[in-house]
Design a protein around this ligand. Structure first.
Ligand code: DAK
Length: 260
């Protein structure tokens, strides 16, 4: 596949993948999601000598500022539910990848961007990184596993607070909460991720893969809740509040929700 929105660089066994839509703050549109699926399904597994994968965002401002809100205008409940399920499946490919996958979070990781970072096995936050699940501002909830993984990482109380308030948190707080593994100076995220992958590389590969699988299996009972998430996501796109939320974003104004 020729990538339109991903840049890949494979050196010394490490695949660095840059999401490259800087003008839209690297927002995940449909094409980028297709490319991420191909990357984890076909491209990366085929690389000989692969030690691990690093995901990062182009430019200095964003890792990924969410799903591409400009593609949200023509969704009905069935297509939204299908898209959400498809996105969940793509992020399961990352979570279940047999080699370490590390997010090098160089800026905003919002909505689907925070979900993407959380599907990775670890997160390195640059000191300007900002994490959040602001979907309620659009009349939505996360659709790519965010309700589950944020709760797994930071616990129920903080997860509920972050989902309901749409607050963003900085790198230090993300680290304190267990969302980020390390905080590093801006521009050093990828280097730190490489250092961790190099530390893992000499370890027994089958044992590394089995550890990832066993740790993921701890959360398998929560799989039913991923269905709850994509069903709720589908229902929400048919509300007036969703139209108002997306309309407000496009028109750069504050949303006025009526609860309908
Ligand atoms: N989508 C599309 N474009 C985006 C974007 C996004 N998520 N975020 C930013 N941009 C665009 C802006 O529209 C702007 O484009 P122009 O106006 O220049 O054409 C450009 O990127 C630069 O953004 P700003 O001018 O807003 O930059 P600021 O520094 O002022 O603000 C910001 C940065 C990150 C605070 C702000 O851009 C912002 O609030 N962005 C939106 C954050 C957000 O709400 N993200 C989405 C969360 S909801 C789905 C499944 C899952 C999801 C959706 C659907 N399906 C199954 C269908 C998940 C949804 C989300 O991710």
């Amino acid at each position: 596949m020729n990538y339109e929105n991903l840049q890949t660089d494979f050196q010394d066994g490490i695949l660095v993948v840059t999401i490259n839509r800087e003008k839209a703050l690297n927002a995940l549109n449909k094409q980028t999601m297709l490319e991420i699926r191909y990357l984890f399904e076909a491209h990366a597994p085929d690389l000989s000598g692969l030690k691990g994968v690093i995901l990062t965002g182009a430019g200095q401002k964003a890792f990924v500022a969410g799903a591409d809100i400009k593609e949200f205008t023509s969704l009905d409940a069935a297509s939204a539910q299908a898209m959400s399920k498809n996105g969940q499946d793509i992020f399961f490919l990352i979570e279940n990848f047999a080699k370490p996958v590390i997010a090098a979070v160089n800026g905003y990781a919002l909505g689907a961007g925070c979900e993407l970072a959380m599907a990775c096995h670890m997160r390195i936050a640059g000191e300007k990184a900002r994490f959040g699940q602001p979907e309620v501002n659009l009349g939505l909830i996360p659709g790519y596993g965010g309700t589950q993984r944020l709760t797994q990482l930071v616990g129920k109380a903080k997860s509920i607070e972050l989902h309901l308030t749409a607050d963003m948190i900085g790198a230090e707080e993300a680290h304190r909460l267990g969302l980020a593994n390390y905080v590093v100076p801006l521009g050093e995220e990828v280097a730190k991720a490489k250092e961790i992958i190099e530390k893992i590389a000499p370890k027994a590969p089958i044992a590394v893969a089995k550890a990832i699988k066993a740790i993921n299996d701890h959360f398998n009972e929560g799989k039913q809740a991923y269905r709850t998430e994509h069903q709720a996501f589908g229902a929400l796109v048919e509300t007036e509040d969703f139209k108002e939320g997306v309309g407000a974003f496009m028109e750069k104004r504050k949303a006025d929700f009526k609860g309908q």
